[in-house]
Design a protein around this ligand. Structure first.
Ligand code: SAH
Ligand code: SF4
Ligand code: F3S
Length: 452
């Protein structure tokens, strides 16, 4: 199919699944003649793929829309009308409200509807702006998504995301995800394998399996039974060309023996695990509806480390959940000292309308949240630096991903997800080399190649 070339600008906020979704949107629009642009100014279609997880994330979208309005008006004056669409989790949560608050928006569509983008754009063309589509359709969205062409995959590089699970049934009391992404859904092993094979055939060496609750994966296998994530990882590791597998994000409750065994037995499953705990206080964990205690988490970490002793752990924390006392916060600090993380993300609690947490009394004052976050991040930073420093002197396999900052330099990733800078030829992108780590920077390692 050929059509007159049009420009598409997509801005992506939030989690890795949004990155995956944005790529899918541009794949869907490519046959309609849309080519990607890096700036909104020359775009015929602007899509903001949004995140609703914290208040600031949603506010950012409205500020961006404020910046896009004069661009759209200017284009209209020049006779080059542009469409503005909002996708993702803010779109899902706000729906009609979005059009009311930001009339610049022509189309609002949720994460479960983007496979219908061509039809939605037609509706805008026919009915005018203000089209809102936030239903959760009954059909399998993924069955309507084409695998990208080899050229598009190659342009995206040697690592790729692959959504295997979407939505969440956990209903942590602070979290919007079960409302914006809907109920937990697992794609079939066959669909996932087909997509992974296509990625591998286009040169992808590392695949990160995505899900809001990825280790709750229970897709239908070729034998008609339900497969766990551990089994899926082993299956995908047999695909020619795939050298590394990762997955994110996991819930402590769903770490089962098959998954832990995959870390023990399958060298393609990378020794890195993002396992959010949010808090170290049982009282707060209960109020958050996390469905586990701090001790449960410690025991899980012990089991995982017994299976793979070099595994690097990463985590998410929320400080200042309603009712969090100094003692609760200290319990979180103790948990961090006990576990010792290679990396972590931490946030001040942000009340989200419609979630149970937002209606709790005893909200923690902003300055207390700030002070706690500062202390928590200082400790996590110390641990990250210590982890990076312990890598100096080690020889690690590094997947060479892309050009570095300087001529003759490439950036790759260690098994522990650290960026590694080293001297190498551009033709080596996609290779896994053994690299001796010589020094650590703020967030990355420097190395030289020992053997190819
Ligand atoms: N599915 C993942 C989390 C997805 S959201 C999991 O179960 O862990 C990513 C992170 O954002 C969460 O782990 C949490 O730390 C943070 N987060 C979610 N809702 C939040 C809120 N209301 N305020 C502050 N941080 C929040
Ligand atoms: Fe949100 Fe909890 Fe589900 Fe993670 S497990 S997506 S934090 S509700
Ligand atoms: Fe944000 Fe939605 Fe992802 S709220 S973190 S974009 S699932």
């Amino acid at each position: 199919m050929s059509a007159e070339p049009k420009k598409l600008f997509i801005k992506t906020y939030g989690c890795q699944m949004n990155v995956y979704d944005s790529d899918k949107m541009s794949d869907i629009l490519a046959p309609l003649g849309y080519e990607q642009s890096d700036i909104p100014d020359d775009a015929d279609l602007v899509i903001l793929n949004t995140c609703h997880i914290r208040e600031k994330a949603a506010e950012k979208v409205y500020s961006e829309l404020g910046r896009i309005r004069p661009i759209k008006e200017d284009r209209l004056r020049k006779g080059k009308p542009a469409l503005v669409a909002v996708a993702g989790c803010v779109a899902q949560a706000e729906g009609e409200e979005m059009v009311r608050r930001a009339p610049v928006v022509d189309l609002v569509f949720g994460p479960q509807t983007y496979h219908n983008l061509p039809a939605l754009l037609e509706r805008v063309a026919k009915n005018g702006s203000g089209v809102v589509e936030t239903e959760f359709p009954a059909e399998d969205k993924f069955a309507h998504l084409e695998a990208p062409s080899a050229a598009r995959t190659i342009a995206r590089g040697v690592t790729a995301f692959l959504t295997i699970q979407e939505g969440c049934d956990k209903f942590c009391s602070f979290c919007v995800v079960p409302y914006t992404r809907g109920a937990e859904f697992s794609r079939s092993v066959e669909q996932i394998t087909t997509e992974a094979r296509k990625l591998a055939a286009s040169g992808v060496r590392e695949v990160t399996l995505l899900g809001q609750n990825v280790n709750a994966y229970h897709g239908i296998g070729p034998d008609g039974g339900s497969w766990s994530l551990g089994r899926l990882l082993n299956h995908l590791s047999e695909i020619d060309g795939i050298a590394r597998l990762r997955y994110t994000t996991s819930h402590p409750r769903d770490m089962d023996e098959e998954l832990i065994s995959a870390h023990r037995e399958n060298p393609k499953v990378m020794p890195y695990l993002h396992l959010p705990v949010q808090s170290g206080s049982d009282r707060i964990l209960k109020a958050m509806n996390r469905q586990h205690t701090a001790q449960f988490y410690f025991d899980m970490v012990d089991r995982i480390r017994a299976a793979r002793d070099d595994i690097a752990l990463s985590c998410d924390f929320i400080v200042g959940f309603p009712g969090e006392t100094d003692a609760d916060f200290e319990a979180t600090m103790d948990l961090i000292r006990h576990v010792n993380y290679a990396q972590a993300f931490s946030f001040k609690y942000s009340p989200r309308p419609g979630t149970p947490g937002a209606d709790l009394g005893d909200q923690v004052p902003e300055e207390v949240k700030s002070e706690r976050l500062y202390r928590l991040q200082a400790l996590l930073r110390e641990q990250q630096i210590a982890f990076n420093k312990h890598c100096v002197g080690l020889e690690l396999p590094v997947l060479l991903e892309k050009p570095g900052r300087f001529e003759g330099q490439l950036v790759g990733r260690s098994p522990y997800l650290q960026p590694v800078h080293l001297d190498a030829e551009i033709t080596q992108v996609g290779e896994i080399v053994t690299a001796a780590i010589v020094s650590v920077g703020a967030n990355s390692l420097s190395a030289h190649i020992v053997s190819n």
